[in-house]
Unconditional design. Structure first.
Length: 405
């Protein structure tokens, strides 16, 4: 198969491959970018494999960085870009089910592609657009099927995370999983317990944000993979619901907000998920706030929200309303997020009068918080404009007993 390398990432990298070839070695684009050009999907990065050893690559290019030289990878700095170039290799046993115990550099592209996870990822692409396919990756792409390269039991024993990757690709591409690969998943999924939580979390999030995630989750449940997810007892119920009533998610916080809500968990439960999945503090805070907002929306489905109430729900109202519109049949306030965006202020930080101005009028006092709460509410209800002179006039007239003069 011949393809056109019109994408700028390929065009910019072709001179790198040409330089390697001029030195007498092979070099090809490999991996996901080759799969995605066939599928006409967006391409975000490229990988290059070569018959040249790391030392030979370093002799070809003047600017290199040893980013993973023990495993054959050298970063080449070329013009304004950087490229990770990896030597063809074969791999030994994987005693930790993550990384090979030893790596042997080889000169044969076919042998290098044999170590990859799935046939659709075991493709190479020349700088002229010719696809090299030793393991029927193009056939599996045409069949919309995910199949391991070679023996699936061997591939999953090498790295059990490939089980989650298979399901993630299923969700992203809306592919099925071949019978042999699925049988190996059923047999070996308990090995996922050997995988680091950080790696599991990345694949889980990518899976959930795939368009066909309900099918992938359904297979996770039926194959036993779901039982290997950390803290699954907290949200197994939600997964079953989502296979029948999928929700459109825009980010990871939407995923966890929905999962916890459907399992009737409050924001107090979020810290358990944070610990189990090692979520960032920022993501954890987003989940807490959205879950709180979603629960508040759920308690008053038939009521329009006042400006004050929308203000207190804060920026999470947009995401909460997006989820509420899908979760609650009786959700009426579809314009809640639009009205939130038109509020005159969104936090006290937006009020143009600050403590600095108050100190010029009133000696330091606990009355400051009373004043700020007062003008905050009046601005929200459009009884005052968020304009400094107007606010100062209001304070001087209504709090004259506290003035410095």
């Amino acid at each position: 198969m011949q393809v056109k390398l019109t994408h700028e990432l390929f065009q910019e990298a072709i001179p790198v491959i040409e330089q390697i070839e001029q030195a007498g070695f092979e070099a090809y684009f490999v991996g996901g970018s080759v799969r995605d050009i066939i599928l006409d999907r967006p391409i975000h990065d490229i990988d290059i494999a070569t018959s040249a050893t790391p030392e030979e690559i370093k002799s070809i290019f003047s600017r290199t960085i040893d980013v993973g030289i023990d495993h054959g990878t050298v970063m080449v700095l070329f013009e304004k870009a950087s490229y990770e170039i990896t030597t063809y290799r074969s791999e030994g046993t994987y005693s930790d089910h993550r990384r090979p115990d030893q790596v042997e550099f080889v000169r044969d592209l076919k042998e290098d592609l044999l170590r990859r996870d799935f046939t659709m990822n075991a493709l190479a692409l020349s700088r002229t657009g010719q696809i090299i396919d030793y393991y029927d990756g193009q056939g599996d792409i045409k069949r919309q099927q995910i199949a391991c390269v070679g023996n699936p039991y061997e591939r999953f024993n090498e790295d059990a995370l490939r089980i989650m990757r298979a399901l993630r690709f299923m969700a992203q591409l809306n592919f099925t999983i071949s019978h042999a690969t699925l049988e190996a998943i059923r047999a070996l999924n308990e090995q996922l317990k050997l995988i680091s939580i950080e790696r599991m979390t990345i694949e889980w999030h990518k899976l959930c944000l795939g368009k066909a995630y309900p099918q992938a989750i359904r297979l996770m449940l039926s194959s036993g993979v779901a039982e290997q997810l950390p803290a699954i007892d907290y949200f197994r119920k939600s997964l079953h619901i989502l296979t029948e009533h999928p929700i459109q998610w825009r980010d990871e916080a939407d995923v966890w907000t929905t999962v916890l809500f459907l399992s009737n968990h409050s924001s107090d439960m979020v810290h358990h998920i944070q610990t189990a999945y090692k979520l960032s503090n920022q993501l954890t805070q987003q989940i807490k706030q959205r879950l709180l907002a979603l629960n508040q929306l759920n308690t008053r489905l038939d009521k329009k929200w006042s400006n004050k109430e929308l203000y207190e729900l804060n920026v999470n109202i947009e995401s909460a309303a997006h989820l509420a519109a899908q979760l609650f049949e009786d959700f009426k306030d579809d314009d809640a997020s639009l009205r939130y965006n038109t509020l005159p202020i969104h936090s006290k930080r937006d009020i143009v009068v600050t403590g600095k101005e108050l100190k010029q009028l009133i000696p330091p006092s606990s009355i400051y918080s009373v004043i700020l709460n007062d003008i905050e509410e009046k601005i929200l209800n459009h009884h005052l404009q968020n304009e400094q002179n107007e606010l100062l006039d209001y304070i001087q007239f209504n709090y004259k007993d506290y003035l410095c003069f």
